[in-house]
Design a protein around this ligand. Structure first.
Ligand code: ADP
Length: 461
């Protein structure tokens, strides 16, 4: 079995149980095959003289990490990755900021990563690069003579060509992306957007549904929907500790209907729209007053970027407004928690809530939707209300699919969930559970690696 080399902006911490499901899944895969994980260590240093890679072994995995300079952190990470690429890929050109310094920093950091990684590679290694921070890394490795199989997975959406071309760097970036052997996308929409761009703007042509001939390369561009480890999440939701938490949630007696939302406080997650939908639920169906509570858990993220500070203020104002208008001494309609919560607590809260409200305006996949399903009691499950703009909606047909921009639509769906007979809930949930098992974390990783490991006969997902 060939050695696996994973490259991602942040290297997962094998000692940290809080890491997301995908990080754990990648680490397990690395441990099984033996391999290396290369990336940023999360620290920034004053100058380039202090940048040196450090190595640590964990079982048969070598973790190689390096810091960024303070300038890289500002210009590469906050500036280009999260101030330009993130909004463009989430169709938010209005929030994107492009500067020459930031795009130079993006090129510089990727080149530095390539220069450090190239000498560490063995000829037979499979190299799998993750996400939008590292799009040009493959091309930079090729420029250094690396001939290994190179794969890339985009965890976030791929925008329509008309949106992408607004980014000054798009030509260079897409030429670099096309240098990988395998490019993985979360959904058919993302894959189709990329292929359309390659054909319409780069002179590419489709040799097969998922094989693209572009810029002298043959690229497998396929869909590999990311998933969770269903059993381990379900186990967290059914532990004795989880039972105690759920009983506490229900005993408070304040709400007969618990609605839960869990998202990083990101403008892509549609949190203000979600709160407005909850407000419409109370207006359109006043029987929910004193009966329904929305618990929104939204930990801080990327607070140095202005758009993130703005969304926080908007959310705080809205939750205060709704609580002021509707709340009473014995009922708080919106409970807003602005911090990280241990994963087992989340699992218990999901299980104890009759509605999982997942309404992003645009999202690569959205693993919270899958975690909510995994956490439910199969004999008396809650209902997932899911945005049509989450990647997960491509697959999760039995959720109540909504348009998050339409507050009334979401309010009606919540009411439908509240009134849904148990039999229908059980049937919908069983179907959803089957789907998240079919596309779990193990299958995601296995599918991508099979494609990367099989140059002669590339496999579709
Ligand atoms: P994104 O990657 O954009 O943040 P996902 O829904 O795909 O969105 O993944 C988010 C992950 O972070 C999930 O595993 C979720 O459980 C976790 N998460 C979200 N909010 C919190 C929180 N407050 N505390 C702990 N984990 C959280």
């Amino acid at each position: 079995m060939r050695r696996l080399v994973i490259v991602s902006n942040r290297v997962g911490d094998p000692d940290c149980a809080v890491s997301g499901g995908l990080a754990v899944c990648i680490f397990d895969g690395l441990r099984e095959r033996g391999g290396m994980w290369f990336g940023w260590n999360g620290e920034s240093v004053a100058s380039e003289d202090e940048i040196g890679a450090s190595c640590r072994r964990c079982d048969n995995v070598i973790l190689v990490t390096m810091p960024l300079t303070e300038g890289d952190y500002q210009e590469f990470y906050l500036g280009f990755c999260n101030g330009a690429l993130w909004p463009v890929h989430h169709y938010r050109l209005d929030l994107a900021r492009f500067t020459q310094e930031n795009s130079e920093a993006y090129r510089r950091v990727n080149e530095r990563f390539a220069a450090t990684l190239a000498p560490l590679l063995k000829p037979d290694d499979l190299v799998w690069v993750h996400d939008y921070h590292l799009i040009p890394l493959g091309a930079d490795l090729r420029a250094r003579g690396v001939r290994n199989r190179l794969g890339f997975f985009l965890h976030i959406p791929f925008p329509p060509p008309d949106v992408l071309v607004a980014m000054p760097e798009h030509e260079w970036l897409m030429n670099a992306l096309a240098r990988y052997d395998v490019i993985g996308f979360q959904t058919k929409t993302d894959q189709a957007n990329f292929c359309r761009f390659a054909c319409e703007h780069m002179g590419g042509e489709m040799a097969r549904d998922d094989v693209l001939r572009v810029a002298g390369n043959s690229v497998l561009a396929a869909v590999f929907p990311a998933g969770i480890n269903v059993d381990s999440f379900a186990a967290m939701a059914t532990s004795p500790e989880a039972e105690r938490r759920i009983q506490w949630l229900h005993r408070r007696g304040e709400a007969r209907v618990n609605i839960i939302g869990v998202d990083r406080l990101d403008y892509t997650k549609g949190l203000p729209d979600r709160l407005r939908s909850f407000k419409r639920l109370l207006e359109l169906y006043p029987q929910n007053c004193k009966a329904a509570t929305l618990m929104q858990i939204a930990p801080p993220t990327r607070e140095e970027v202005k758009a993130y500070a703005d969304i926080r203020h908007e959310l705080e104002a809205l939750s205060g407004e709704i609580n002021g208008q509707f709340g009473d001494f014995d009922w708080t309609p919106v409970r807003y928690v602005h911090r990280n919560v241990p994963r087992d607590t989340l699992a218990a809260l999901f299980r104890g809530s009759q509605i999982g409200l997942v309404t992003p305006l645009r999202d690569g996949m959205n693993l919270v939707a899958k975690e909510y399903i995994a956490a439910q009691d199969e004999t008396n499950p809650g209902v997932l209300v899911l945005s049509r703009f989450a990647g997960a909606a491509e697959d999760l047909d039995e959720a109540l699919i909504v348009n998050p921009y339409d507050a009334d639509d979401v309010a009606h769906a919540m009411q439908r969930a509240i009134e849904m007979p148990r039999e229908e809930r059980v049937a919908r949930h069983a179907a959803l559970l089957g789907r998240i098992r079919q596309h779990d974390a193990g299958n995601w990783m296995g599918g991508f690696l099979r494609a990367l490991d099989a140059p002669a006969r590339p496999l579709a997902a």
